[in-house]
Design a protein around this ligand. Structure first.
Ligand code: HEM
Length: 412
């Protein structure tokens, strides 16, 4: 348990990577009391994500970490969504969402994403004129993905400003050590977002459009056994929140890593480094989702040689698995070349990190998130040749969803 307490301490949250390494040196699957194991090995984490012997936990079964299990609107909302549902319900709902949230729909969004990038860069230029510091997180990293996912869902633009605070409040319920006050705020946010989508779903049922909310409402209205009303609302909220909260942090983590590594920054700016390789290395090196959980479903399982009885809670440290030296040589070096076919050497590009998960729950929005980052980062550097930090960026006080609270930059 001590290692988990260290991870959720202010120092652990600021830089969990040395703690991950310490845990891995003891064992890539480390029993840590209270029926929990901590997984830091890539191979072991990948297996857990893909093996149906490990299911997702329900709301009541969240790891306790010294506190009683919590229920309430926020936890219930996540438990009703695909994120925390096991087969067969997961297979049913996931395939319904997948049938409308298709690769083609994402590809068709590319021109709209490029346009949104340009518009936001114009605004950034205006706000940063004369060297005035601008908060990159608020002015760009939040606004791009929220605009894109709202376009996909069909959420009106004028409602978007409400979502950053609500998403921050709601996702506190995913942290291992949320305080009671944070859980209260998460519950209020869950209710407000749920009510919002109930109203929007009713509007789209009466007047369908070419958007994802209309498509999912149609399925739910036609046959409640394929998609129940509560499931519909929970999954719409999760699509919205998962759709921008994580991508916001990807963009912030990416810019800070580029500031810290001027050589890849210069090559990306000059078109001598593939944007996709930078995105992938940021995802590996400092992933926006640091951990997810599973629970052992049946008896007789072993993981990395460690017996894990039914009911064992598994904390999968994705950020640790991505730095497993047996998977990525020199894992603590930020090196986009490992993913760039033009620079990576005869062995070819490194395998994908676990930042979007793997197996049945593999991120539904991975393609969209990559598209946004691949378009946004080169355009940002191209537009502002003198882009530079204006002050040290404060981190968010979160372990699970890792990112910056603010990032003051100068554009000229
Ligand atoms: C950088 C951005 C993103 C990261 C790092 C990320 C990460 C993840 C991870 C790690 C999971 C798996 C969780 C688990 O196995 O327990 C996941 C699932 C999911 N993600 Fe993402 N995500 C991102 C962007 C998005 C976007 C843009 C959307 C939607 C528009 C989205 C929607 C979802 C959904 C619905 C699931 C649940 C899938 C399921 O349980 O079957 N994500 N994501």
């Amino acid at each position: 348990m001590a290692i988990i307490e260290h991870l959720v301490s202010p120092e652990g949250r600021a830089d969990p990577y040395p703690l991950y390494e310490l845990a891995r040196q003891q064992s890539p699957v480390l029993p840590c009391g209270d029926g929990l194991v901590l997984v830091t090995g890539y191979r072991e984490a990948d297996r857990v994500l893909r093996d149906p012997a490990f299911g997702v936990r329900s709301a009541e079964q969240q790891p306790e970490v010294g506190r009683p299990p919590v229920a309430g609107p926020a936890r219930e909302l996540f438990a009703r969504s695909v994120l925390e549902t096991d087969a067969p319900d997961h297979t049913r709902v996931r395939s319904l969402i997948g049938s409308v949230f298709t690769a083609r729909r994402v590809a068709a969004l590319a021109p709209a994403v490029a346009l949104a990038v340009d518009r936001l860069l114009d605004e950034l230029a205006e706000r940063g004129a004369g060297g005035t510091p601008v908060d990159f997180m608020d002015a760009f990293a939040f606004r791009l993905p929220v605009g894109v996912v709202c376009e996909l869902l069909g959420v009106p633009e004028q409602d978007q400003h409400r979502f950053r605070g609500l998403a921050t409040d709601l996702t506190a319920a995913l942290e291992l050590d949320a305080e009671p006050a944070e859980l209260d705020a998460a519950d209020l946010a869950a209710e407000e977002l749920g009510d919002y989508f109930l109203t929007l779903a009713a509007r789209r049922a009466a007047d369908p459009r070419d958007d994802l909310v209309s498509d999912l409402v149609e399925v739910a209205t036609a046959d409640g056994r394929r998609l129940g009303g509560h499931e519909l609302i929970a999954n719409l909220v999760v699509l919205l929140v998962a759709g921008f909260e994580t991508t916001t942090n990807l963009l912030g983590n990416a810019l800070q890593l580029l500031f810290d590594h001027p050589e890849p920054l210069a090559r990306l700016r000059a078109g001598r480094l593939a944007p996709g390789a930078v995105t992938e290395e940021v995802l590996r090196f400092d992933p926006p989702v640091q951990l997810t959980t599973r629970m052992v479903q049946g008896d007789g399982q072993r993981l990395g040689g460690v017996p894990v009885p039914a009911g064992t809670g598994v904390l999968l440290l994705l950020g640790a698995a991505n730095r497993d030296p047996s998977r990525y040589p020199e894992p603590d070096r930020f090196d986009p070349d490992r993913f760039d076919p033009a620079h990576c050497g005869p062995a070819g590009p490194a395998g994908r990190p676990l930042s979007f998960g793997a197996g049945a729950h593999f991120c539904l929005g991975a393609r969209l998130a990559r598209l946004e980052a691949d378009l946004a980062l080169p355009a940002l550097l191209d537009r502002f040749p003198a882009l530079a930090p204006a002050a040290a960026p404060p981190r968010r006080e979160r372990l699970v969803l890792r990112g910056y609270r603010a990032m003051p930059v100068r554009t000229v």
